[in-house]
Ligand binder design. Structure first.
Ligand code: CP
Ligand code: NVA
Length: 311
């Protein structure tokens, strides 16, 4: 049974296949094959979502399947039923699980007990669907309509600024390594990537660098990336985080020090005036809505790959 809990659950070659399939699904939208025909995929969400929920629901429909959205506060998991029992029960009804929650270990538990493919729709630790869509967004610009998407990413530099010890930064560490990119994270010393991601990076051969100097990170970057300063679950630390992370705001002046042609990226939702200025969000090389659209095409490709590899 194949799962997509972290970036490296696909090999580099398979990531190339995901990108190629996503490009074809994008080009043939509305008239490609339907590999999820007759299947129902449950979406268990314990946190808010706009992009992830809508792109998965629409994507599953477009692949011929039926999405079943389950908010954790409406199902018995919210009243203490175990993850293991929930997985065993759902496996009698549905063909796959797409899960948004806090703990990455909840996903591994579901994967271990359900006998169903499990997809990570964001945890506190990783957001792999987002990073695949982001890398695809850059690759399709750099490779053009026919070019090799993975090759277009090779050696490119990503500068990630701000909260360098949470899901998006961790996902760039693993994803950037898999795609052959150079990843430099810039944040305050207290936001150094944690030991768990360091160990995973080592295991998968992903090299990354951490600095507290935003200018050094952005110099020579092909992608300048940031994320909110207070993620879901950290709302009560928002004021303190604003003070701490202020030096890492992506301003037009900072963005101008990246490589000519560099892209500005953000997973969204964005807080203009905090991690990024409105001027950068309005910049012609800001590709945030392409990233959001590509969630659909890339996740359809991921689901098609998992459906192909069932059993
Ligand atoms: N980027 C992202 O995952 O957005 P949502 O929280 O709206 O799903
Ligand atoms: N780091 C953010 C990402 C949202 C897509 C969060 O976890 O809230």
């Amino acid at each position: 049974m194949r799962h997509f809990l972290q970036e490296t659950d696909f090999s580099r070659a398979e990531a190339g296949q995901v990108f190629a399939l996503a490009r074809r699904f994008k080009q043939e939208r509305g008239h490609h094959e339907k590999p999820l025909a007759g299947q129902t995929w449950a979406m268990i969400f314990g946190k808010s979502s706009t992009r992830t929920r809508v792109s998965f629901e629409v994507g599953i429909h477009e692949l011929g399947g039926n999405p079943l959205f389950l908010n954790t506060s409406d199902i018995q998991i919210g009243r203490g039923e175990t993850i293991a029992d929930t997985a065993r029960v759902l496996s009698r009804f549905v063909h796959g699980l797409i899960v948004r929650t806090h703990a990455q270990s909840d996903l591994s538990d579901l994967a271990a007990h359900g006998g169903l493919p499990v997809v990570n729709a964001l945890t506190d630790f990783l957001h792999p669907c987002q990073i695949y869509a982001d890398a695809f967004t850059a690759a399709e610009r750099w490779a053009g309509p026919q070019g090799d998407l993975l090759a277009a990413l090779q050696g490119r530099k990503v500068a990630f600024l701000g909260d360098t010890s949470f899901n998006m930064a961790n996902s760039w560490i693993l994803g950037g390594g898999l795609f052959g990119m150079q990843v430099v994270l810039a944040g305050p010393a207290g936001h150094k990537p944690g030991k768990e991601i360091e160990d995973l990076a080592k295991q998968s051969g992903a090299a990354f660098r951490f600095t507290s100097d935003p200018l050094e990170a952005v110099s020579g970057a092909d992608i300048v990336y940031t994320d909110v300063w207070a993620s879901m679950g950290q709302e009560n630390e928002a004021a303190e985080r604003r003070n701490r992370l202020r030096p890492y705001q992506v301003t037009a002046k900072l963005f101008a020090t990246a490589n000519p042609g560099a892209l500005f990226m953000h997973c969204l939702p964005a807080h203009a005036g905090e991690e990024v200025t409105q001027e950068v969000l309005d910049h012609p090389r800001c590709v945030i809505f392409d990233e959001a659209e590509n969630r659909l095409h890339v996740q359809k490709a991921i689901l098609a790959m998992l459906a192909r590899n069932r059993g």
